[in-house]
Design a protein around this ligand. Structure first.
Ligand code: NDP
Length: 684
């Protein structure tokens, strides 16, 4: 035992801990594989390091550069993934299980890197615009901004995904610009430690942005203040205990929980036994029961089936699970590995005994397990087990008891509303799958399921061709559910980043607001020079630089020419009698003509630094333009975003968003929109 490696903490930039404390046992054969360290961490020093060094190094970067840094970290992890795969078998995981943890974790870094680069601004402030005029004359505006909190995030994670569990949270808080202290579950902390070592070795991790705690959290939570945050994944009991830590309540420290939940899959009544959807249903349930040996927060615990199909589902599911070889994940042919620890095995089998008080054993069970592998009888294995609930309307049973392993309970239901009511008996869960062929069934059931389930996965034959599965939280979709599932929310695209930012409302003149959000706000001061804004390189262009164009009178010939060119002969432009009956009482120009004419007014046609126009946002046609009206445009540089990109020809470029206002002879706004362009930079 003395020789087993010590899992170390990473505190204040140093690897910490030399003396052995708790032995961590192999779930495959019971041998000691690692030891935690005995030394106590000085959490005062750790928090101080995060708030000073961590914050400083993160805020010396911006959203864009942190996103690039995440991409580099992800690349480094993938280059070194085989070492992680090898170690991951020691948690009882098969290679497929480890793929979710390791490549799923790196994939989340990549996803956040690209969402960050695409959707976030340069700098460290997000403007949740547009600004809203609060007065009648445009002198006073209001808006919202999001800024990085001045604190540290403490992530307390579960044992089942030692890498993904850390990275899915780290990705969002890192882009937000907050340092974090990660406390993984002790039993699988050696794998988290290996991942943090790689991140540190990569040279891409800013100083103080990530610290690792092995073992207990001591007085860490008692030292947090109102700028800090806590996230938790694990049991509902621990979540309840930690969220009521007096210091967290006193200082209103946000606490986001993702706890165990009793997710379900529902076979809709329209699916017949011989349809492809029936097989899909059985396959999905079997997959969710056996992936990670059922130790997934999203695993299907309750299987809701129309009464007349219960026997068929029980038979097909049991037959499928009987083919799953359980054992040492390094042995060829093994499809399901071990539970993460012997304690976990004891808990799962105890919960199975509880469930059997209100259910029948259909297949599997405590005595059915014959794991393959040397000394496998000493391992923490568990056979996939299917139960059948006697009375799904009764209290307790599978609606309350979570066996965090490969165990699911079949529940017969009478009609779709009964199924929805049974699904809600889980008191809030992360995900439900509805297998149906009928869009009307989905339309009826999904809004009711959405009340209690953080994600609803609708599966039919078409979706199955690309479905990412019931059990996969995706970076771009929200993860987290109400009630028993913890009531928290993670991921969900950039929304996941905004959880770590502080939102404030701001009010003031348009010029003041513009200065704060580094964006042109209409009514604010503009900069007009002799140089056309399209002739400026990215670096030289200033936010607020503006051009008021010459005028153009719209003629009938314009309308006829545009109609012939585009093929748009809509009556509003071409039928004088019909147009007189409309709210405009006359023929008007095509809105798209106004757009095109405005471009003709404001572009600087010669070769220059504007490389491409890649779209427009927020387009509104506000006032109609009849024949004889005279229009002009105002083009103003609204926002600049430096994504560090280069064109296919190798030219460095940035994104410039232009505010365009088209007005008529009475200065009324005719059209309003933002144009998105790529503008050449002088240097990379
Ligand atoms: P716990 O809730 O016991 O532990 C989760 C995390 O909290 C671990 O990092 C644990 O650390 C830490 N922790 C526990 N007590 C404290 C404390 N007093 N102060 C600070 N941190 C603490 O869950 P387990 O990992 O033991 O799993 C138990 C059950 O939780 C499972 O059987 C399952 O039902 C559920 N679960 C749910 C998951 C989900 O994603 N929703 C994932 C995993 C489990 P340490 O390991 O050092 O005790």
């Amino acid at each position: 035992m003395q020789d087993q490696p010590i899992v170390q903490s990473f505190i204040a930039g140093q690897w910490f801990g030399k003396h052995a404390d708790q032995a961590l046992l192999s779930p495959i054969n019971g041998n000691t594989i690692y030891q935690t360290h005995a030394e106590t961490i000085d959490f005062g020093q750790s928090i101080d390091f995060a708030r000073t060094k961590g914050r400083q190094s993160l805020l010396s970067m911006d959203f864009q550069s942190r996103a690039s840094c995440l991409r580099d970290l992800g690349k480094y992890l993938l280059e070194h993934k085989e070492a992680l795969y090898q170690m991951s078998t020691q948690t009882g995981a098969t290679r497929t299980d480890s793929w979710i943890d390791i490549e799923g974790g790196a994939g989340t870094l990549f996803a956040y890197a690209s969402m960050g680069r695409r959707e976030l601004p340069s700098g460290n402030l997000i403007h949740e615009g547009d600004a809203i005029p609060l007065g009648k004359e445009g002198h006073f505006y209001g808006s919202h901004v999001l800024v990085p909190r001045h604190g540290v995030v403490v992530h307390i994670n579960a044992f089942n995904f030692p890498i993904w569990g850390m990275l899915e949270k780290f990705a969002a808080n890192f882009i937000a610009g907050l340092p974090c202290i990660v406390k993984p579950a002790t039993s699988t902390s050696f794998l988290t430690e290996a991942c943090v070592r790689l991140m540190h070795q990569s040279g891409c991790l800013p100083e103080g942005s990530l610290q690792l705690v092995i073992g207990r959290t001591g007085d860490l939570l008692d030292r947090l203040d109102g700028q800090d945050m806590v996230t938790f994944t694990g049991s509902a009991a621990t979540a309840a205990k930690l969220r009521t830590t007096p210091n967290l309540i006193t200082n209103a420290v946000p606490f986001n929980a993702e706890a165990d939940s009793l997710n379900c899959a529902i076979l809709a009544p329209d699916v017949s036994v011989d349809s492809p959807e029936f097989d899909l249903f059985v396959k999905e349930v079997a997959r969710e029961m056996t992936a990670k040996a059922g130790q997934k927060c999203t695993a299907i615990r309750r299987v809701l089936v129309p009464e007349n199909h219960i026997e068929a589902v029980a038979d097909r599911l049991s037959a499928r699970l009987a083919k799953v070889t359980v054992g040492d994940p390094t042995v060829d042919g093994v499809r399901m590995g071990a539970l993460a620890t012997h304690v976990q095995q004891y808990d799962v089998l105890t919960q199975l005994d509880q469930l059997l008080k209100t259910s029948f054993l259909v297949s599997g069970g405590r005595d059915a397990c014959r794991p393959v592998g040397e000394n496998a009888e000493k391992g923490a294995f568990c056979q996939p087990t299917v139960l059948l609930s006697n009375d799904p309307d009764a209290d307790g049973g599978a609606h309350d008891i979570e066996a965090f392993g490969p165990i699911s309970t079949l529940m017969p239901y009478k009609n779709v509303d009964h199924a929805v009511a049974l699904a809600a008996r889980g008191k809030g869960s992360l995900v439900s799958t509805l297998v149906t062929k009928d869009p009307e069934v989905a339309e009826h059931m999904v809004p009711n399921l959405a009340v209690w389930h953080g994600r609803v996965h609708i599966l039919n034959e078409q979706a199955s061709k690309e479905s990412t599965g019931h059990g996969s939280p995706l970076p771009m979709l929200k993860h987290g559910g109400p009630g028993r599932a913890g009531g928290g929310e993670e991921l969900g695209g950039i929304r996941g980043v905004t959880h770590y930012l502080q939102r404030a409302a701001i009010q003031g003149s348009p010029t003041m607001l513009g200065a704060v959000v580094n964006e042109y706000v209409r009514g604010g001061e503009t900069i007009e020079t002799e140089v056309h804004p399209f002739r400026r390189y990215f670096e030289n262009l200033q936010v607020g630089e503006s051009l008021l164009t010459h005028r153009r009178t719209v003629t009938e010939a314009d309308i006829v020419n545009f109609g012939c060119l585009s093929g748009d002969h809509f009556y509003m432009h071409f039928d004088d009698i019909a147009a007189r009956d409309t709210q405009f009482e006359q023929r008007i120009a095509h809105g798209y003509f106004v757009l095109s004419a405005a471009a003709g007014l404001f572009v600087s046609p010669g070769e220059g630094p504007v490389l491409a126009n890649y779209g427009l946002d927020n387009l509104r046609f506000i006032t109609p333009v009849p024949i004889g009206d005279t229009i002009r445009a105002r083009l103003t540089c609204k926002r600049k975003i430096d994504q560090g990109k280069v064109s296919p020809k190798g030219e460095p470029q940035g994104v410039v968003v232009w505010d365009v206002q088209v007005t008529n002879q009475d200065d009324e706004l005719v059209a309003s929109y933002d144009i998105l362009t790529l503008v050449k930079k002088l240097s990379s």
